[in-house]
Design a protein around this ligand. Structure first.
Ligand code: EPZ
Length: 443
């Protein structure tokens, strides 16, 4: 099995490129189901999740030019192209060949549920496998379904699938409605915005997610002819239109990747330029890092990050929906607090099981106590390299970060979790001085 080896102690210094955001590219790919014209996504990251969703969309009749993905995408032989060569994805769905998204694909990647809204908007019918949970939580989709019902869809859950249909056997269009989310949901907001673009009349989404990836999706849909106002706020208003046109859209830079590298700079006492990163999208991470002694500032074409202290100071953090502290940076920030001066209390309010990285960090010498959703981290002066196992995407990143400062070698296994959301992370970190390599496992 492939592994990543890290030898700790190097200070990171230099310029590191930030890729397009996975969590923007995935909903952006789904917009191809809303139009019979071509959709081109520039700055698309070369990730396993992108390849998986490409397969799901192919099943609906989309042609997806993913030849630059370093993976074999169903229906195409692996072109053998170097991964991350041409980050442009071309999608085209002249007509929907199937309304069914099968379990074997959806279960590989939960964000496949994002085909539900577009299928209902364009076809009035959908059969989408329930995505099921994952390592970090049960990941229900009740808010997605509640919203579609409010838009006039009839929903039945049977045999692990969502069967959805508009009135008259799918012949009617969805009808605009006023929907208030009881809790903020990025995916439900995205699914319902896409569904509402072709609904009859006005839809209002209250307590909608405001993440930059949601903004990026709304901006792309607007360029396709959708009528959306309140973009970037928690109150979105979508006036349905008859049809949407094609688009060429640039995927927004990945704020979670940028935040991961900012933490890496701070942990190693280094200084990085995060090329193409957006400081304004780092939200409350900037303030938290500043309190630890890591200063982030905007420069032309990216973000400058520099550590101003010998050892970061511990700072407590509670995850919240954007612009609060991102749950997707909780694990990475915990690695920072593990070696910081003092104690920090981390509270994970979004997911019920997002501390899978804790036992592995403890094996490296961390001092962490978990009580439900609260983690108390007492900073230690030294971490020791160890063989550790990845459990989910962001936990994998947190273990690499810990390896960057640990004494000796850290060997990370199950790195397929990592490849879902980070593009060539070992190459990028090596490029700024880390001692890190990927062993492809071979026999
Ligand atoms: C998106 O997941 C991201 N994934 C996640 O990133 C991110 O952690 C999450 O938003 C929160 O920011 C993508 O964008 C592909 P939610 P999503 O719906 O949409 C509950 C990563 O590491 N909920 O905002 O699935 C849910 O259980 C991934 O890149 C319901 O109860 O997250 C969670 O507790 C991990 N019912 C909370 O809401 C629903 O119908 C937030 O989930 C939907 C969600």
């Amino acid at each position: 099995m492939a592994e990543i080896l890290v030898n700790g102690g190097n200070r990171l210094q230099g310029e590191i490129p930030v890729s397009g955001a996975k969590n923007a590219a995935l909903p952006l790919m789904a917009v191809t189901l809303l139009t019979d014209e071509p959709v081109t996504l520039r700055n698309c990251p070369d990730l396993d999740d992108i390849a998986t969703l490409s397969n799901v969309l192919r099943g609906h009749g989309a042609s997806v030019d993913a030849s630059w993905l370093g993976l074999t995408v169903a229906g195409e032989t692996d072109s053998g192209s170097a991964r991350g060569s041409l980050p442009t994805l071309r999608l085209h769905t002249p007509e929907i060949a199937s309304i069914r998204a099968p379990y074997e694909l959806v279960s590989q990647m939960r964000a496949s549920i994002l085909v539900l809204g577009p299928l209902m908007a364009r076809m009035g019918r959908a059969e989408v496998s329930l995505p099921g949970g994952c390592a970090i939580g049960s990941r229900p989709v009740d808010l997605h379904l509640m919203g579609l019902e409010a838009l006039g869809a009839w929903i039945e859950l049977r045999d692990g699938y969502v069967f959805a249909e508009t009135a008259r056997g799918g012949k009617d269009r969805l009808r605009g409605a006023k929907i208030t989310f009881p809790k903020v949901s990025v995916g439900a907001t995205e699914n319902l915005v896409m569904a509402a673009t072709l609904a009859e009349g006005r839809t209002e989404l209250l307590n909608a997610a405001q993440e930059p990836e949601v903004v990026d999706l709304c901006q792309c849909l607007t360029a396709m002819g959708a009528q959306i106002s309140g973009i970037g706020t928690s109150h979105l208003i979508i006036d349905g239109v008859e049809r949407l046109g094609g688009v060429t859209h640039q995927v927004v830079a990945d704020r979670i990747e940028a935040g991961t590298f900012a933490v890496a700079a701070g942990m190693t006492g280094g200084e990085l330029i995060l090329k193409n990163g957006r400081l304004d999208h780092l939200g409350s991470l900037v303030g938290v890092l500043h309190e630890t002694g890591i200063v982030c500032s905007e420069i032309s074409g990216g973000i400058h990050v520099v550590s101003t202290v010998d050892r970061p100071r511990a700072v407590s953090v509670t995850t919240q929906p954007y612009p609060g502290f991102p749950t997707d940076l909780q694990a990475q920030t915990m690695s920072l607090m593990v070696m910081a001066e003092g104690s920090a209390v981390l509270t994970e309010t979004i997911f019920e099981n997002r501390y899978m990285h804790v036992p592995e960090l403890i094996r490296m010498g961390a001092n962490i106590d978990i009580n439900g959703r609260v983690a108390v981290v007492r900073g230690v002066e030294r971490l020791n390299g160890a063989p550790v196992k990845a459990s989910d995407l962001r936990a994998s990143a947190s273990l690499i970060l810990a390896g960057l400062v640990a004494q000796g070698e850290t060997r990370l296994s199950d790195i397929h979790h990592l490849d879902r959301g980070y593009e060539r992370i070992e190459d990028k970190l090596r490029g700024v001085g880390a001692s890190i390599e990927r062993l492809d496992g071979g026999t």
